[in-house]
Design a protein around this ligand. Structure first.
Ligand SMILES: [Cu+2]
Length: 169
């Protein structure tokens, strides 16, 4: 009987996780390089982005060239405010496990932990996580009208003002 409840709880939890991943479609989708019609440069500092406002058109595929010009690890994550709030605790877990250090990402540890919990691999199509001086590209297709923000979910950064509004016209 006890075992049955454990199965039931596990099933319910995995079902809820699927529901949580549903909003991903609400924010758009990973874009194709061949569809890119605009490139936007995003510079990351401690703790803010340049630019603070990002203008895109609905249906447009944008290449974001993100560069970390600060001395801390930063993320550029495209999401709704609700998704940013949910993502924060995941980053805090990464910090507690020693994967995410203030100015460095422990990639070895990240690989080890990801074997047990894929979330720890921190690989999302809608975000990049960069060490100081690193640069990466993110191609995103904006297909929805959801209110989106580029945000950094490294603990404390979003609250400190590391957030840019994305206007979809
Ligand atoms: Cu940050």
């Amino acid at each position: 009987m006890k075992l049955f409840f454990i199965y039931l709880i596990t099933f319910t939890l995995s079902f809820q996780l699927q529901l949580f991943s549903a909003p991903m479609k609400m924010i758009g989708m990973k874009g194709k390089a061949s569809d890119v019609s605009k490139t936007i440069k995003v510079d990351m500092y401690d703790n803010y982005y340049e630019p603070k406002t990002i203008n895109v058109k609905k249906g447009e595929t944008v290449r974001f060239v993100v560069e970390n010009k600060g001395v801390l690890v930063h993320e550029f994550n495209i999401a709704t405010m609700m998704m940013h709030k949910k993502h924060g605790p995941e980053m805090l877990d990464m910090m507690k496990m020693g994967i995410l250090l203030p100015n460095k990402i422990n990639k070895e540890k990240m690989k080890q932990m990801a074997k047990m919990n894929p979330k720890m691999a921190h690989s999302h199509a809608n975000s990049v996580l960069l060490e100081p001086k690193q640069r990466a590209e993110l191609i995103w297709k904006f297909t929805s009208d959801a209110e989106l923000f580029g945000g950094c979910n490294v603990p404390g950064h979003l609250e400190a003002g590391m957030i840019s509004k994305i206007n979809i016209n």
